[in-house]
Write a protein that binds this ligand. Sequence first.
Ligand code: C2E
Ligand code: CA
Ligand code: CA
Ligand code: CA
Length: 278
Amino acid sequence: AKAMGRNNFQFYTACMNQAAVRHMQLESGLKQALANNELYLVYQPKYEVKSGKLIGMEALLRWHSDKLGPVSPVEFIPLAEETGMINTIGGWVLQQVCQQLAQWRQQGLQPVPVAINLSAKQLNNHIVDEVQQALTTCELTASLLELELTESAVMQHPAESIAILARLEALGLTLAVDDFGTGYSSLAYLKRFPIHTLKIDKEFVRDISDDPEDAAITSAIIALAHSLDLLVVAEGVETQEQLHFLASQGCDQVQGYLLGKPMSVADCSGLLQAKAEP
Ligand code: C2E
Ligand code: CA
Ligand code: CA
Ligand code: CA
């Protein structure tokens, strides 16, 4: 038992070391990522259920590290938040999206609104100036930008969040609550947030065809959103059955591999071009 205890100890320290080493590699890698041009955005299309029309896109960050290879945002976004790097990275995302929108317009394409994911850490008064600056520089109307915030981000400091979101809304931006249903929004607060859209998390969408409870939750979120005059988007739609169910429940917009994966700028330009053709 004693020997095993020691082995266990070694095992744990080895694992902890591995995690610590990875953490350190990621942290120092991420610090260089912007300067090394290792970050880029992909865009996932969003469709209106009723018409089947392309009505928006979501910008999703990608990191291909020279040293570590591709790293998922699920791994590096929390690290960026923890180290404070999210402010620089988030600012870059905002500028990149605005420049992209301006470029599409310059190419004679009619861009659709693009949604940006915002971390809780970015939800401060500084972001309002940053957004305004980016819009002005690129000569864009604010309605081309949408911000997605998680429930937990806005619920950390509800009163402060409401004030900042109100300023963003006053600029003309559209605001969405991301991953809805996974956090603990108080419905009382939901009513007071100046938001336009609820996004149903893909966790609920995944099992709507076989799990009656997930189906019930999804229907309830759609009904709740509509009774509060909000739009509903379902993310993670992968099958016709899921799409069918969501349509039958009156879901307004959908996003998912069935309709379009996150794609390169070139592929998005193609989508915008196809949209313009009669
Ligand atoms: P999210 O905002 O909930 O984004 C949806 C995630 O689901 C994306 O993962 C997307 O690629 C993936 N997805 C889309 N359709 C499907 C589908 O049909 N099936 C499945 N299984 N997955 C689908 P991704 O790109 O790995 O991003 C993960 C998370 O990282 C995002 O979750 C978001 O919270 C965060 N993130 C990504 N880019 C940014 C960013 O620029 N800033 C911030 N703050 N967070 C970001
Ligand atoms: Ca999102
Ligand atoms: Ca999600
Ligand atoms: Ca999310």
